[in-house]
Design a protein around this ligand. Structure first.
Ligand code: C2O
Length: 680
């Protein structure tokens, strides 16, 4: 209960101080609880946050609570009469309910690290700076408020009014106006807190962002594995990063301050400008792409400024091309300012290819060809077949007043980018530094290069086909963030000014898109054919049955493979109907603790005992959480299955059998349910 008590403390704390105007003494006490995480505020739950599943006395090593769905005998199947009747109508070849069902596949919460992941004693990177402070000394927070208490003392009537508004009313324009300039507190990750606040914006003039002059040279970002072959450019890049590391720590352009930007926006340091009782989070929503575009835009210009080269461009990690899949050599040179010692050493070998289907401590054993194919499949799923429309590609609409724990859904572009964080970070560390946690990922030069590719793929997506354009929602276009520019001046940027990167005077070198027309193949398992509509074979009667969990048993803790039969809103759709509306599979109410790695795959009409990987028709997508703040949160996973349904020959079925396959569970995860909807 240790972690949970901390979570409840955090929620309770926010709630009490905002709702009930606690006295300073009470707040001090609550601060104490927060800081020491060693108490339980039992018996008090915050409306909307409490979930019975999550509050079970959970410990990864404790025995599983018996779940009704673990049916090992025929009698239990009586409990899914309704779904089975419907399913029988949908499938002429209904799942056989074999008495000899095999035990559900369990996912273990304990893994032993494979040999080869062990290496230790990290040598801290040594950079000799000619002057100024060393780059790694701790910096005190520049902000005056040191806790929520301090910042909330300044809350006026305005904030109270905001509390009464319906957070999702579309009638009101409420773009997220970035962080409150007064409010920044220590960020959280795991059991720790971190100083992540950039130099304070309070009391200083904040300029509105202006696009650079059209006479500025266009910076051309090149793939890292090719750019690194150019010694002149590489020398500039290293000199620039070194200069950044050598800036005084209180310079907002310094290496450490740049890294803090990410931490502040992602690990609970900032609150929203218009609604200071709500946190600010730029992942899990439509803010993801524009925020990171601006972040690396300023980072690149700072680097250029530090070496006095207005043409300087960052490279991008071209992981959607076979040749770009390993970490580029320049980042692996331990003497280089581009090196970060806090990475998974096993992934810095020349032969290690980024795994876009990475299952953390259970790495897949694949040949190079297989890994390349899987990676192309993952890119295809998240850029082409599973990203036909804006909501699925960009992520949920996030407006001022949306509570941070209700992150509606990440876009597929964000989902596509997640595995690299976990794969690069050092998984032997509890928090996965540097890349494996949002609080620390900005400390690795690879972060900005990884995000270069994400940013490039945003552009590429818009060229792929119909319906692929930016949101024109007022609250999207006017959402804003705060940064420091290359002259160390604070700037307020709006999303609407970053939609055309050419106007920002940078662009990408064109690259082939080998994943563009990826050909998926059917799952090979005979079971799939037997159960889900393939040719019946002579021994069909002996085929393993799919053990279905009734939807009524949700919400449930996802600690073993779960299959559920889900009704489709419409079957036998025409090509025109399919084009007018996508069929979207929604795994909703995914609840977990923000600082835990959790991954599960979603397959449709597949053999639960042998679920397909990303290159198969049956695979719909994956959920992967990159650790950030230690708050509990809930989100949804939206997967476009329009193509999938046709590929598996299920167009005329009333229902689909959706299987959730847990792959990594560093903490508990519960799922509220699964549904299928049609979407414009
Ligand atoms: Cu803000 Cu790749 O994360």
């Amino acid at each position: 209960m240790h972690d949970l008590s901390k979570l409840w403390s955090v929620h309770l704390y926010h709630y009490l101080i905002t709702k009930f105007n606690f006295t300073k003494n009470t707040q001090n006490t609550l601060d104490y609880y927060l800081i020491h995480h060693n108490t339980r505020l039992s018996g008090l739950f915050i409306h909307g946050y409490h979930s019975p599943q999550f509050s079970q006395n959970y410990h990864p090593s404790s025995p599983r609570k018996p779940k009704p769905k673990n049916t090992q005998n025929m009698a239990s199947f009586a409990s899914f009469t309704a779904p089975s009747a419907a399913t029988a109508a949908a499938y002429p070849k209904t799942p056989q309910l074999s008495a000899a069902t095999k035990p559900p596949t369990h996912i273990s919460h304990h893994y032993s690290s494979p040999a080869g992941h062990r290496r230790r004693t990290r040598q801290p990177l040594h950079i000799t700076c000619d002057s100024t402070a060393p780059n790694n000394t701790p910096v005190p927070d520049n902000h005056s408020p040191t806790s929520r208490r301090d910042l909330l003392l300044g809350l006026g009537a305005g904030a109270t009014t905001a509390l009464t508004l319906d957070p999702f009313s579309a009638a009101l324009a409420r773009p997220v106006r970035g962080p409150s300039i007064e409010a920044c507190v220590r960020a959280t990750a795991g059991d720790q807190t971190f100083a992540c606040c950039p130099p304070s914006f309070a009391g200083v003039d904040i300029m509105d962002f202006q696009l650079p002059s059209a006479s500025e040279p266009v910076r051309i970002r090149r793939p890292a594995h090719l750019a690194g072959l150019d010694p002149v450019w590489l020398d500039k890049y290293k000199r620039a990063i070194k200069a950044m590391r050598c800036l005084p720590n209180d310079d907002p352009r310094s290496y450490i301050q740049q890294a803090r930007v990410h931490c502040a926006y992602c690990n609970g340091a900032y609150v929203q400008a218009d609604d200071t009782n709500k946190g600010l989070q730029i992942h899990y929503s439509w803010l993801f792409l524009p925020f990171h575009r601006y972040y690396i835009y300023f980072y690149e210009r700072i680097l250029g400024k530090l070496i006095d080269d207005p043409t300087f461009a960052l490279p991008f990690w071209n992981w959607d091309h076979e040749d770009g899949m390993p970490i580029a050599d320049m980042f692996k040179d331990t003497e280089s300012p581009l090196y970060d010692p806090l990475r998974n050493p096993a992934h810095q070998l020349p032969t290690s290819l980024l795994d876009l289907d990475y299952n953390k401590r259970q790495p897949a054993v694949r040949t190079k060809e297989e890994q390349v194919r899987v990676n192309y499949a993952v890119v295809y799923n998240n850029m082409v077949s599973g990203a036909k429309r804006r909501l699925e590609f960009f992520g949920a609409k996030y407006r001022t007043g949306s509570a941070v724990p209700v992150r509606q859904s990440s876009g597929s572009c964000e989902n596509l980018h997640n595995p690299a964080h976990i794969w690069v970070g050092d998984s032997s560390r509890a928090l996965g530094e540097d890349m494996g946690n949002f609080y620390s990922s900005g400390r690795d030069p690879l972060f900005y290069v990884h995000h270069g590719n994400v940013d490039r793929l945003w552009n590429v997506w818009k060229t792929i086909g119909k319906f692929r354009f930016d949101f024109d929602d007022y609250d999207y276009l006017n959402a804003s963030f705060l940064f420091y520019d290359e002259n160390a001046k604070p700037v307020r940027v709006k999303v609407k000014d970053c939609l055309d990167n050419k106007l920002m005077r940078y662009d990408y070198e064109e690259r082939p898109l080998p994943w563009r027309n990826f050909q998926k193949t059917p799952a090979s398992s005979a079971t799939v054919a037997n159960i889900f509509g393939g040719e019946k074979t002579a021994n069909a009667a002996e085929a393993p049955a799919v053990e279905l969990t009734p939807l009524t048993e949700f919400p449930l803790a996802l600690d073993s493979v779960v299959s559920v039969s889900v009704a489709r809103p419409k079957k036998s759709r025409t090509a025109a109907e399919k084009e007018a509306q996508s069929e979207v599979l929604v795994v909703y109410g995914i609840e977990l603790q923000g600082d835990k790695v959790v991954k599960f795959d979603v397959v449709v009409n597949d053999d639960p005992a042998n679920p397909s990987g990303p290159d198969k028709f049956e695979y719909a997508g994956s959920f992967l959480n990159v650790p950030h703040d230690s708050m509990k949160f809930a989100t949804n996973l939206r997967l476009d299955i329009t193509d999938l349904v046709g590929d598996i020959g299920a167009d005329d079925d009333d229902e689909l059998v959706v299987t959730l396959v847990p792959r990594v569970a560093d903490g508990p995860v519960t799922i509220a349910g699964v549904r299928i909807e049609l979407q414009n």
